[in-house]
Design a protein around this ligand. Structure first.
Ligand code: ADP
Ligand code: MG
Length: 238
């Protein structure tokens, strides 16, 4: 589970094509990082995969099922938003339970998944607090917990750490990498931060103006960047 294929996907806003025809294969369990400068289409691509935007043409296949016309809730993908997307008036427990409540998961099953997520994220002692009583890192972990309990085929992260300070960011990178190791679920992670890309990815997708400049492992891109743009972005000595 968690295999995602994009076939000749394009996206235009009005007359402006921000994603020219794009092909991409994401394998089951892979940690894939979309990297590229601001405005290159990283968020748009993630939102197309999530179903939060409709493709203009082309198609998306998730685990062998045509997904192009499926609404977000039917794609079994969980988008992790930045920690400020939590409900401030609800406890951590209720924040984490919210997507399950919407999906009609039984109370018993909700409890089981909340316990599992809290344990995985070291939040067991914080379930009755409100987001305002937590640190930035704890809030970010709650946002991830809310995704975990949906038991998705893949997690989609859009610059989840960009509003955390530098020290916290380092810790959260480790948390997310650890979670990936533990769950073995596909993760697609958007960042404009080269260090995040190089340290977290199995596979990096370098984007520029909506098209893919190069795809490869961090080491491949470092050793054999296809051009100066990739080299510059990855920090290769070329
Ligand atoms: P990134 O996440 O890499 O910074 P985005 O995917 O947000 O880039 O944006 C890619 C391009 O698409 C930008 O030129 C942006 O202005 C444009 N764009 C994104 N969303 C919309 C929208 N809803 N309407 C019009 N243009 C948009
Ligand atoms: Mg973006």
């Amino acid at each position: 589970m968690g295999q995602i294929t994009l076939n000749k996907v394009t996206k235009s806003f009005g007359e402006v094509q921000v994603i020219p025809p794009l092909d991409l294969d994401i394998n089951d369990g892979e940690f894939v990082v979309f990297v590229g400068p601001s405005g290159c289409g990283k968020s748009t691509l993630l939102r197309l995969i999530a179903g939060l935007e409709d493709v203009t043409s082309g198609d998306i296949v998730i685990d062998g099922t045509p997904a192009t016309d499926l609404p977000p809730a039917k794609r079994r993908l969980a988008m992790v938003f930045q920690s400020y997307a939590l409900y401030p008036h609800m406890s951590v427990r209720k924040n984490i339970a919210f997507p399950m409540k919407m999906a009609g998961v039984s109370q018993e099953e909700q409890q089981r998944r909340i316990d599992g997520a809290a344990k995985a994220l070291n939040l067991t002692d914080y379930l009755d607090r409100r987001p305002g009583q937590l640190s930035g890192g704890q809030r970010q972990r709650v946002a991830i917990g809310r995704a975990i309990v949906r038991e998705p085929a893949a997690f989609l992260f859009d610059e989840p750490l960009s509003n955390l300070d530098a020290a916290l960011r380092v810790g959260m990178r480790l948390e997310i990498s650890e979670l990936h190791k533990r769950l073995e679920t596909t993760m697609i992670y958007v960042t404009h931060d080269q260090v995040e890309a190089m340290t977290m990815a199995d596979k990096i997708v370098v984007l520029r103006a909506g098209h893919i400049e190069q795809v490869g492992s961090p080491l491949e891109l470092y050793r054999t960047p296809r051009n100066l743009f990739v080299a510059g972005f990855i920090g290769s000595p070329k």
